[in-house]
Ligand binder design. Structure first.
Ligand SMILES: [Mg+2]
Length: 181
């Protein structure tokens, strides 16, 4: 169960305390794309998220997208934002994260993983020994298979709360309604 435990939970990427991460020695952000930075059925990254990505880089973070999405889609966002990317990542496998670390020239201890899914982003980041940040999915319009995963995620998160490993308050956005938005 601890392998599924995020180190931090926030509602949106914009809520991440970048100064705090930087002070803790984090220099690289390995970020999921679909439903973390862009709704899975959208073709553009919104202004607020684009601004946040620029702020993060201006603050001194190197950023890499690590996405299980289709390579063409991932490559398009990578070119649009001028941010390196690892596509068709098959998270929670370690290989894509290792490739991202290599692209950024950073170590496991210097990077945080940010994503909306427990069984890919958080499990993968934890397997690598990286700091993991779970965010609330941007869209609640999801494929049937993802909806099943979400139900399973909620069960895991509730169990982590029962075990005293997560606070219920940190999950208010995720556990109420479909995704709390
Ligand atoms: Mg995602």
């Amino acid at each position: 169960m601890r392998a599924l435990l995020p180190a931090m939970i926030v509602n949106r990427v914009q809520d991440i305390d970048l100064d705090g991460l930087y002070c803790d020695g984090v220099r690289g952000l390995l970020i999921d794309l679909d439903n973390t930075l862009v709704a899975w059925d959208r073709s553009c990254i919104g202004h607020e998220v684009a601004d946040w990505l620029e702020q993060a880089q201006a603050r001194g973070f190197s950023v890499c997208f690590v996405s299980n999405g289709m390579p063409e889609r991932v490559a398009r966002f990578s070119a649009e934002m001028n941010i390196p990317a690892v596509g068709r990542a098959i998270k929670p496998r370690k290989t894509p994260f290792r490739r991202a670390l290599k692209l950024l020239g950073l170590t496991v201890d210097e990077c945080a993983v940010i994503g909306d899914q427990l069984f890919t982003d958080i499990l993968g980041g934890n397997r690598m020994g990286m700091f993991t940040i779970l965010i609330n999915p941007l869209s609640d319009k999801e494929l049937g298979s993802t909806r099943m995963v979400r139900r399973l995620e909620r069960r895991v998160l509730k169990r982590l709360v029962r075990q005293g490993l997560l606070s219920e308050a940190s999950l208010e956005h995720r556990l109420k309604g479909r995704n709390g938005r």
